[in-house]
Design a protein around this ligand. Structure first.
Ligand code: GSH
Length: 209
């Protein structure tokens, strides 16, 4: 990949880690530019106008200067980096199955497992709004259901699709391996624990900051 790649990130974000892990496993150089989301640094008029009108990181910047293109959404950015590599299954069903887990991650996993981690570890329970506090129970149940489903799948499969690591694993790894920071006990999910160890042992693996 000849273009310069820059990740606009907050290093505490698992969504950002997905992209750094994809780049590392593929051996792609990736520069980073850090923002503090707790201080609203992705909500400034400049960020909204030039990086992401949706006010969020991660954003993968492809190229530099006037011709730079900006790609928000973690899984889209991973897809861009992994295009044509073994991280995306080559067969039609495998590719769609990989997307299936990535959509699952965004709909069933991240809004529950990652949000509780953010609320409990970074915002702090005492600082949550009434509305947020009222959602903790439902998010806990939904997060456990997602982890349960993953654990069942991993009881019979080493990775989420096919025989090797794909973007399905990379999308699900970041918030799963720190799920305990959101109060999800991984002791109940032995197959997830074994999968975490398999991912961490991959050549080129880098840990989350
Ligand atoms: N679906 C998006 C979620 C992006 C997202 O929620 N980013 C959070 C950090 S992980 C953020 O930028 N929050 C700051 C804010 O909303 O102001 C993705 O997968 O990239």
């Amino acid at each position: 990949m000849a273009e310069a790649l820059t990740l606009h990130e907050d290093p505490r974000s698992g969504n950002c880690f997905k992209i750094k892990l994809t780049a590392a496993l593929l051996g792609l150089p990736l520069a980073t530019r850090a923002y503090d989301i707790m201080r609203g640094e992705t909500r400034t008029p400049e960020f909204l106008a030039t990086v992401n009108a949706n006010g969020r990181i991660p954003v993968l910047q492809i190229g530099e200067g006037a011709g730079a293109r900006f790609l928000p959404e973690s899984n889209a950015a991973c897809w861009y980096l992994a295009h044509g590599s073994a991280l995306i299954p080559a067969d039609r069903f495998g590719e769609a199955d990989c997307l299936r887990w990535m959509f699952f991650e965004q709909y069933n996993h991240e809004p529950n497992v990652a949000t509780l981690r953010f609320w409990l570890r970074f915002v702090g329970e005492a600082n949550l709004s009434e509305q947020q506090r009222a959602q903790i129970g439902a998010k806990r149940m939904a997060g456990c259901a997602a982890l349960e489903l993953m654990d069942k799948h991993l009881a019979d499969n080493a990775f989420f699709c096919g025989d090797g690591v794909t973007l399905a694993d990379i999308a699900l790894f970041p918030y799963t391996h720190v799920a305990e920071e959101g109060g999800f006990g991984l002791g109940d999910y032995p197959h997830i624990q074994a999968w975490i160890a398999r991912i961490a042992a991959l050549p080129g693996f880098v840990p989350m900051d």
